[in-house]
Design a protein around this ligand. Sequence first.
Ligand SMILES: [Fe+2]
Length: 370
Amino acid sequence: MDTLVTSIHHITLCPGSAQADVDFFTGVLGQRLVKQTVLLDGNIPVYHFYYGNADAEPGSIATSFPYRRRKGRPGSGQVSTLTYAVPRGSLPFWVAHLAQFGALDGGTDERFGAAFVRARHPAGQMFELMEADDPRRPWTTCAIGADVATRGFHAAVLSVRELAEAEQFFVDALGFRKVGVDGDFHRLALPGGNPAGLVDLHHQPDRAPGSWSFGEGTFHHIAFGVQDDEQLASQKALYEELGYTDASEVKDRYYFHSMYVRAPGGILVECTANVDEGFCIDETREELGTHLNLPPWYEDQRSTIVSMLEDVELPEANRPRTPGSQIARPAGTLTQTAPPSRTGPPSRTNATFGAGDRMAVHAGDAPARH
Ligand SMILES: [Fe+2]
């Protein structure tokens, strides 16, 4: 059977402070803030930030839920490192740049013949800048030029206790092929050679399992892209055929449709099909990330949601050209591809914000400025 999965689509983590997260991704890693929105599950407003390359391409998108309600526990059964591709010869720049922000973790290292340096998020998550030939268009900042900037994801490192079952899942259920071993790292690749098509399983048989819930300081899940809703339905059917019967329903994430399953060992794996307009469903390509966008079914709760989010100072590139302008679609005008016929319409959480626990709101937090 042809592979349904084309590449990594996005990887999601839980930082603590929203401001520290924005500063790290945009200022330290030089990512484009592609989208400001909120977590679509639960009754407590939590930011959902998307960061990517110049073209906001799948395979470059890191997303974050700043989550100070609970600490997570890093461990096996989780994404442990997100690896970005950077141009060959750029590591001296990255060593100096990361050191300037106190984000450098160790020295230059090498895996599968490629040199890399490590960066540590303020909440503790690990990132790598790995040299690779990669044609994707970088986002640049005043401090990070095109000659050194990240191109998108190169790989993801996943910590696993039981290697054989994890490999079996990635090969049988997601279409990867094993392409190499380097010490404790077992590399799997998607056919076709697309960027962001590598997963390195880090065999750590003695590492305690990490937490599964949202929790500050952990990666939450990894998402892989499929072509369309029909293939998303086929992916769910494939899981069930193989006995991975805890695959979720298809959920409407507004910018894409998603379906989740737990891989052996606990890693939460999402498969994702973009809707036709993708991230441009509520902003133009040029304006991406310059507005706090809510899905239409939450627009009537905007003032409550905004009042419960922490104050965040955005990078210059993400401040609205017209202060105060909002171009989110009014409620009820959702346009998207037809839902998959074999699974019914994608599901949505219909929350009432402000009715639940307000533990997330810190005394002194001011309304967000956008
Ligand atoms: Fe996701």
